[in-house]
Design a protein around this ligand. Structure first.
Ligand code: SF4
Length: 458
């Protein structure tokens, strides 16, 4: 995964913002999808009830996760599926590798799975000499370009079609000037078809695991998960332990919410159920914890485990839309990534909870009602308490605490600030002030609100 550990989110966002036309269409395209989501949601009168039901079902799952996991494992085993447990990313990668080695597999097709991105499975298997091909079109494009996805639903949303044409020209030998999306899709189809036909193993993610039946459900728009699994002798499904729902009847609620929230579609093109291996096929499910149990034990942050990875919070986020997914340096970007990543590694991702305006739009669109912006705010407090803030920010916060908790100093500072801004604007309007870099400073008012209110109060 592309990492710039010397740079934080703000610095990488600044780099993304150098290309203004790209930022503009990135912003507009994601907002267009947000609007599609709104229209799709408003067409369903019971939308809010669906959100509430999904949120309550997930509450139930999280409160009884141990029992549901045991039930799921038992039913899956009865269906002939081999179930594995991985406590962290490393164990997950080792398990997947050992299954592939056991079956003498060196070529794998993989459909979209954010969990395998989180665990860096491709890199791990690559080092072991196993060739993994991502079969979701967007994921294949970023894989060929040597980049991680920048969005969980739209992995190459930051790419222009001409750039994709160039990547295809370099890797698939398509004509240099042809950037027609239909032509490029056909070229990818032809290329991927060969890989589907020659890969003895298929890895998929899991959108939902049904405890009652031991089956998994995988949602795609391209049918790539189905094709990979149906042609392969070995199917490995990688699943976070929070992906469970209690019963099959609950799927109706989640499937209606997922596609509408993600892209504004009424339903994903394929919602495929895998309940048992085909005759002669081996099917494995790897259940992965990787920090989830710890989050489950935290009252403030456990709700983040309800996430169904629809991406709606990213599409609506004014910061994500203008900073691009790679600026988050985590498999899952945007508001949800900013509350998940510090749970995995607090010091590495301490910048992310600050990459938000706390406008609350993410919380408003979330189909499972995760209190995202509240969690961002709470993470900031945890990070400050644990010393994960810069010295300048800490000093600034200390000054503000003194000013805001003392009315006399507050009044005096306000008056001084207004006076300085009026008489010596260059003191604040200069390149040393990061706020000024992208914005005009406001014109200072003649008086404070306090004085105005005193004069005008009846
Ligand atoms: S946090 Fe909510 S809106 Fe964001 S991806 Fe997860 S389910 Fe979707």
């Amino acid at each position: 995964m592309m990492q710039h550990q010397d740079k934080d989110h703000a610095q990488l966002a600044e780099r993304f913002n150098i290309d203004e036309p790209r930022v503009d269409w990135h912003d507009k395209t994601l907002w267009f999808i947000r609007e599609k989501r709104d229209k799709a949601a408003w067409l369903i009168p019971e939308w809010e009830q669906l959100r509430e039901a999904a949120s309550q079902i997930k509450n139930n799952v999280l409160s009884n996760l141990h029992d549901y996991l045991i039930q799921f494992e038992k039913n899956a085993q009865q269906n002939g599926i081999i179930v594995h447990w991985a406590s962290n990313a490393e164990e997950h990668n080792k398990i997947v590798h050992s299954i592939l080695r056991q079956h003498n597999v060196s070529r794998v097709v993989k459909s979209k799975s954010m969990l395998t991105e989180e665990c860096h499975l491709n890199e791990y298997l690559g080092e072991k000499g196993i060739d993994v091909v991502d079969t979701d079109l967007g994921e294949r494009i970023v894989q060929l370009a040597g980049e991680p996805p920048s969005h969980i639903v739209l992995p190459c949303i930051h790419w222009k079609k001409e750039e994709i044409g160039e990547v295809f020209h370099q890797h698939l030998g398509t004509p240099k000037v042809n950037a027609d999306p239909q032509f490029l899709t056909a070229a990818a189809r032809e290329h991927l078809r060969q890989r589907f036909l020659t890969s003895p193993a298929a890895i998929t993610g899991v959108n939902f695991g049904v405890a009652e039946t031991g089956e998994i459900v995988v949602c795609t728009n391209e049918g790539n998960a189905d094709l990979g699994v149906q042609l392969a002798d070995v199917h490995i499904a990688c699943m976070g332990i929070e992906k469970l729902i209690p019963q099959r009847k609950h799927l109706g609620i989640f499937l209606r919410l997922l596609a509408r929230s993600a892209t504004g579609q009424p339903i994903t093109t394929y919602s495929s159920h895998f309940q048992k291996p085909r005759d002669g096929q081996a099917m494995h499910i790897v259940l992965v914890d990787n920090g989830r149990s710890e989050r489950l034990g935290s009252n403030d942050f456990r709700n983040a485990l309800k996430c169904i990875r629809c991406g709606a919070c990213m599409n609506t986020c004014p910061v994500y839309r203008r900073s691009g997914g790679h600026s988050y340096q985590y498999a899952i970007a945007g508001p949800i990534g900013a509350i998940l990543a510090p749970g995995i590694d607090m010091s590495k991702h301490a910048d992310l909870p600050f990459a938000s305006t706390l406008c609350g739009s993410c919380t408003n669109v979330c189909p499972v009602k995760i209190d995202i912006h509240d969690q961002l705010f709470k993470w900031r407090q945890v990070l400050v308490k644990n010393g994960h803030t810069t010295t300048s920010k800490k000093a600034g916060m200390n000054v503000m605490t003194t000013v805001l908790s003392n009315p006399g100093i507050y009044k005096f500072s306000g008056a001084l600030g207004r006076w300085l801004m009026k008489r010596f604007p260059s003191l604040v309007n200069n390149r040393l002030n990061p706020w000024y870099k992208q914005r005009e400073m406001p014109v200072p008012p003649e008086q404070s609100f306090h004085s105005w209110y005193k004069k005008n109060r009846r």
